[in-house]
Design a protein around this ligand. Sequence first.
Ligand code: FES
Ligand code: FES
Length: 153
Amino acid sequence: MNVTLTLNGRQVTAAVEADDSLYTLLRALGMHSVKCGCETTNCGLCTVHMDGKAVLSCSVPAARCDGHAVTTLEGMQEEAKRLGECLAGEGAEQCGFCAPGLMMNVFALAKENPHATEAEIDAYLAGNLCRCSGYVSQRRAVKRYLESMEVQP
Ligand code: FES
Ligand code: FES
């Protein structure tokens, strides 16, 4: 079957199999920021936005994205640069494998709760696993990013 979606602002039509996940489709379309760490909805690495909300692309059937808008990190370069600087500045990035999924969740958090407390940041990002840097430095980076958004013109 064919699906037509708006991917990072551009309309795309692609053939999918009934058992393809959105993760598989996005990788086939060249969205290599999207990573897979588990395929069982446990790690958060595959997080993208569908119609502006964070979803785990490994658990969304590709057929479900027909007619919807999907955003990956490739479509959020300016925000990614700003958040990347916060992560690097707080020592919250080592191998970087978890970063794209974490970033997509942080962008969703920034929209839903731009003044999140530390406890709210921890709760929101609890599904994003990182094997390297630990979560305290990530929390500091996310706070720094949210605070930097407040001073944006
Ligand atoms: S790959 Fe989707 S949650 Fe781990
Ligand atoms: S920085 Fe390596 S998994 Fe998070």
